[in-house]
Write a protein that binds this ligand. Structure first.
Ligand code: ADP
Ligand code: 5GP
Length: 205
């Protein structure tokens, strides 16, 4: 029996340093039908980051041109400093081909996606404690002290938005957080509302 093939849209967000990137990487290794939307950013690449894999790195001017051409599903000035945006063409193409797409984005951007795509599945990744969040942000070693403080202050506001999401996953043990997130992906795929063709076949239509 044929299954429905329209790809689902999963939005994974939560404060900086909570482990979104780490969880998404593991999910992508485990589920080949999942595609990660690569965002555009005006921030400088970190050591080891690859153009087109981690981000599309663009100048502020190039980013503004993309806004003018209406190329973003959503975009944000994150931490009052750099711009980040989700190119909409890739998301639409992948979903049309039946691939599920993950957006790993900040909380404000996520809430905007929900407005534009009400069928998006919203997953909030929460830290086990604020102390752990700070340790992870510092431990990652990618931010200056000032950037850690800015991201941490933003985190307090972001946590207050968790109630706007469909699911919440606490990233304490990484293995458990990956399994919990994967089970959300699997359940959504099996949900009757995401299988109308199959339901019609079963009805004999
Ligand atoms: P985000 O993408 O949300 O900013 P990262 O995925 O970069 O966060 O994770 C931040 C840091 O925390 C990284 O150094 C990562 O290895 C570490 N980390 C992520 N999840 C866990 C976990 N469950 N336990 C311990 N360390 C973790
Ligand atoms: P980082 O600089 O650590 O890679 O990312 C900073 C924050 O920007 C993270 O919370 C990340 O999820 C978010 N982010 C990355 N890409 C996008 C995007 O396309 N849109 C929005 N709104 N946020 C993004």
């Amino acid at each position: 029996m044929d299954n429905d093939k329209k790809g689902l849209l999963f939005v994974i967000s939560g404060p900086s340093g909570v482990g979104k990137g780490t969880i998404c990487k593991k999910l992508l290794e485990r589920r080949k039908e999942l595609k990660l939307s690569v965002s555009v950013t005006t921030r400088a690449p970190r050591p080891g980051e690859i153009e087109g894999v981690n981000y599309f790195f663009r100048s502020e001017e190039q980013f503004q041109d993309m806004i003018a051409r209406d190329e973003f599903l959503e975009y944000m000035c994150v931490f009052g400093k750099n711009h980040y945006g989700t190119p909409k063409a890739y998301v639409a193409e992948q979903r049309a081909q039946g691939n599920d797409v993950i957006l790993e984005i900040d909380v404000n951007g996520a809430l905007n996606v929900k407005k534009r795509c009400p069928d998006a599945v919203m997953i909030f990744i929460a830290p086990p404690s604020m102390e752990t969040l700070k340790k992870r942000l510092v431990g990652r070693g990618t931010e200056t002290e000032e950037a850690v403080e800015r991201r941490f202050a933003e985190a307090v506001k972001e946590l207050a938005a968790a109630g706007e999401y469909d699911y919440i996953v606490v990233n304490d043990s990484l293995d458990k957080a990956v399994k919990d997130t994967e089970s959300i992906l699997v359940s959504e795929r099996l949900h009757v509302s995401n299988n109308p063709k199959l339901i019609n076949i079963l009805k004999g239509e």
